[in-house]
Design a protein around this ligand. Structure first.
Ligand SMILES: [Zn+2]
Length: 281
């Protein structure tokens, strides 16, 4: 029967029957797959410490003929997802990424570039202080790799450059920035410089986002634009978007609590995890 060995990210797991777990994975070679982990509920030794959300694994999967589900035969932990679970802001951003992989990719549609990008984002998140711009850029970069790249510096209708203008229409139905000739009347007008900086942001490593010079107020404006963009083009509202906005109101996302003396123990990532990830991101 076909057998695959591939790198994988754990998206979700569910109890399955009395002794098994059903694992949703985003894999390098197969794209998104579901596989049954036999005996994973009954025995911790079968898959020790591997089947946790956000974990990066090397897995061995078999695809039995006539079986509905693939079977997870083995899993080796490459990078734990635990540091992402321990900080609310990191957890929220990573959850949004995984939700996009889970809901916006087709089953068994391999996209190795998207896999490597996603694995890299999780590594960066382990080491970076999460903020709103980080969340926004992860969303935009992921959308671009899923084929939903918004037009930001050229008109989505006619292609002429719009970045030299002061303000520009952002027409969700057209696919982004639009010149005055192509824009519909209702499209909101936004600073062309903001869209131009986001265009640079999509092509810039996440760690260098501070150099983009995008103020927090502009990030909030962009969040509203792109939540409408996602709804229109993808046809669904991300469940994690609501979660993200709620914890933004609590100012957990930017790590302010973690800097204060009253920071909860869970507010800071383990130093070992951050240091261990720094070299690879
Ligand atoms: Zn135009």
């Amino acid at each position: 029967m076909p057998e695959y060995r591939t790198a994988a990210l754990v998206l979700r797991t569910f109890d399955h029957g009395e002794s098994d777990r059903l694992v949703h994975l985003y894999t390098e070679k197969l794209g998104r797959v579901s596989a049954i982990a036999k005996g994973a509920r009954r025995s911790q030794r079968r898959f020790p410490g591997t089947l946790e959300i956000f974990s990066k694994l090397e897995v061995q999967i078999v695809d039995p003929p006539r079986a509905q589900l693939m079977r997870l035969e083995g899993a080796v932990l490459v990078e734990p997802g635990e540091p992402l679970v321990q900080h609310l802001g990191r957890f929220a951003i990573a959850s949004q990424l995984l939700e996009m992989l889970d809901r916006l990719t087709g089953e068994r549609e391999a996209n190795p570039e998207l896999f490597h990008f996603s694995a890299g984002v999780l590594t960066v998140l382990c080491a970076e202080r999460p903020d709103r711009l980080l969340a926004l850029l992860v969303q935009l970069k992921t959308l671009a790799r899923l084929g939903y790249r918004p037009q930001l510096v050229a008109c989505a209708g006619c292609g002429q450059p719009v970045s030299g203008r002061d303000r520009v229409a952002f027409d969700v139905a057209h696919g982004g920035a639009t010149c005055p000739d192509c824009a519909s009347g209702e499209a909101p007008r936004v600073p062309a410089s903001l869209l131009a900086r986001l265009e640079v942001g999509i092509r810039t490593p996440l760690r260098q986002r501070g150099e983009l010079g995008i103020p927090d107020r502009a990030v909030r404006q962009a969040e509203r634009l792109f939540s409408r963009f996602v709804l229109f083009h993808v046809g669904l509202e991300l469940r994690t978007a609501d979660f993200l906005s709620q914890i933004r109101d609590l100012e957990c996302l930017d790590g302010k609590r973690a800097r204060g003396d009253t920071a909860p123990a869970s507010g800071a990532a383990p130093a070992g995890a951050a240091a261990g990830s720094a070299g690879r991101a």
